[in-house]
Write a protein that binds this ligand. Sequence first.
Ligand code: ZN
Length: 300
Amino acid sequence: MSDHITRALAPGVRIVAAITTELVEEGRVRHSCSPVASAALGRTMTAALLLSETIKADECITLRISGNGPLGDIVADTPLRHCVRGYVHHPEIDLPPAANGKLDVGAGVGEGMIHVARFSPKREVFTGTVKLISGEIAEDVTRYLLESEQIPSTVGLGVSVNPNGGIAGAAGFLVQAMPDVTEEILVNIERNLNLVLSPSHLAQEGMTAAGIIKLLTAGVECLEVFDSEPVKFKCTCSRDRATGILCSMEQDDIRSMIEEGKAEVRCNFCNESYLYQVSELNEFMNEQKLSFVRNEKKLE
Ligand SMILES: [Zn+2]
């Protein structure tokens, strides 16, 4: 089943669920992630998508997990609506499984902070930073929402990896209690949460996001489920942007790339690489010289 996200409202409760198996697989392949790095990146990208459903449609979110573990920083952002991209600093790091047999994301992340930044089209509008609890990411996002945004929430995130390293299933959900929620609904959802299997297992079984929402809200009346929207891994980098970066570099740096015989600009988020030949680099140098002369003329 293709990746998608679904929102729902019940009295005093907001619920979002997402199936993200394909986009996590794309992230894994692009960055050549080990199983534990795939799980860490997949959980972070899924969390960013869930959080992006709680903000205005033209805003975007950046989620950064900054731990002292061997994976290094894990970053995911939503540059466009229903799109996510991300990277993990050391995708090659793998670790033995945790005592419960699961991928040991917590050990890979270590101790540190979770940072969330929300941007409107023109500026950064909100930034929150909270200490990591376990580095398992779902618990850390839950704590962030409570401490930084004062919204009692439950976040579930899961990525399961096949023996060959491919992603078998990835999914997540977010349940948020609004101030007008009743005790009865909270108790009901709490009971459902204890019964629900891990999100990655549900994804593997072919469950839809709406199906996960139904499991979480069993017994809750007046549930309004909105249409599902497709979600995907998508980066906003381009050759034009890469060229802009090269053109803004110091002349000495461009000159040393010319001596090396080529230049490469690689995007952190999607690992796409843009290659430049000496002839193009010479052109950039000449353009820079021209604009320098133009500026000098202006000064006169
Ligand atoms: Zn990119």
